[in-house]
Design a protein around this ligand. Structure first.
Ligand SMILES: Cc1cc2nc3c(=O)[nH]c(=O)nc-3n(C[C@H](O)[C@H](O)[C@H](O)COP(=O)(O)O)c2cc1C
Length: 349
């Protein structure tokens, strides 16, 4: 057992990586915590009261430790003609699904301050974040509430910045990871170290426990990550196809489909680099010359499209977020995945 797992009161140093969206609903988070790991709720897209409801739903299912993860807001600016040009690109897709496009200048959904207040009020045991570093006063208030703090780094420099900000642990997110890159210091195109190279460099750069994330889907990955010096592992993709994950059927099928082994990074769904299984929307929009507006503008502009695609289970327009280990995602219970990962701890086969 690692010091980190002991500090968090866990039986296993294995985390459900936070996944915003419908995937990691309270059932999945609680199942992982109940089985001895750390379930984490990806709360980034949730309005404050929905976040509170999810936290309470987790607590109804387990009294074991769990975490909540949020997106640190970023400043963005873009010329309005670029937004207009991108909306023209999206028009054909909205027409195809017979949907109205959202407003050109999406209303701000920057709930971060209120989301943090919910985490504090609900006394969430573990708080993790990505896309940046919260303000000092926010970190201080979270710490005072008793939360254990974890920040996401994609480079040793980001890990050092997180340590300087006073976090308790660093999540080292390798290039293989599914979903959005957490990169915040260097240009995203430079935050591309694979887990195998990133974890030992982060372990050397900071004096904090390091959680390895990216490409870990079975006991072999866990064993490798611990050998590299990680104190715990976080797996996202491995849990995507579990019974407790609320994945649209088309997303689930894509994990077993012919393109699952060829995940790639794209900006076209959200304006921020994220890894997923390629589909028609990715292929076509990436070929357009239009500038893709930065996150969260594009996230808002494509959201109704993605929601409708999920409702219809239409893979062509879904953001099929998944990591490079997508073909290893199994349809089974979350507990089965956890047990497989746990077999990589110690000297077992
Ligand atoms: C569907 C999906 C959603 C994700 N959402 C978040 C999120 O909200 N916050 C975050 O810090 N990371 C998010 N990630 C990244 C994961 O937390 C984690 O870094 C990644 O899944 C680890 O790599 P793996 O997918 O190879 O296991 C997401 C990943 C996926 C696949």
């Amino acid at each position: 057992m690692t010091d980190l797992a002991n500090a968090l009161g866990l039986r296993l140093p294995i985390f459900l990586a936070p996944m915003a969206g419908d995937v990691a609903r309270p059932e999945l988070v609680a199942a992982v915590s109940e089985a001895g790991g750390l379930g984490q709720l990806g709360g980034g897209y949730l309005a404050p009261e929905a976040l509170r409801a999810s936290v309470r739903a987790i607590r109804q299912r387990t009294d074991r430790p769990f975490g909540v993860n949020l997106f640190v807001p970023q400043r963005t600016s873009i010329e309005s003609q670029h937004v207009d040009a991108f909306r023209k690109v999206l028009a054909a897709y909205y027409a195809k699904l017979e949907l109205a496009q959202p407003d050109p200048i999406p209303e701000s959904e920057d709930h971060f301050e209120q989301q943090v207040a919910v985490v504090i009020e609900e006394r969430v045991p573990v708080f993790s974040f990505t896309f940046g570093i919260p303000r000092d006063v926010q970190l201080e208030a979270l710490r005072k509430s008793g939360a254990y703090l974890m920040g996401t780094a994609t480079s040793p420099a980001e890990a050092m910045a997180l340590q300087a900000a006073g976090v308790d642990a660093v999540v080292a997110q390798g290039w293989e990871a599914g979903g959005h890159r957490g990169t915040f210091l260097q240009p995203t195109d430079e935050g591309m170290l694979g887990t195998m190279a990133l974890v030992p460099q982060v372990v050397d750069a900071v004096s904090l426990p390091v959680v390895a994330a990216g490409g870990i889907a079975d006991r072999r990955g866990v064993r490798a990550a611990l050998a590299l010096g990680a104190s715990a592992v976080a797996a996202g993709t491995a849990f995507l196809a579990t019974n407790e994950a609320a994945l649209p059927p088309a997303h689930r099928e894509a994990l077993r489909g012919p393109r699952a082994a060829a995940t790639r990074l794209t900006r076209v769904f959200s304006g921020k680099l994220a890894r997923g299984v390629p589909n028609r929307f990715m292929d076509e929009v990436e070929r357009c010359t239009a500038v893709v507006p930065p996150y969260p503008i594009t996230h808002h502009l494509t959201r109704p499209l993605r929601a409708e695609a999920a409702r219809r289970s239409e893979v062509d327009y879904l953001s099929v977020w998944a990591g490079q280990c997508a073909p290893m995602a199994r349809r089974c219970s979350a507990c089965d995945v956890l047990l497989e990962l746990a077999a990589g701890i110690g000297n077992g086969p």
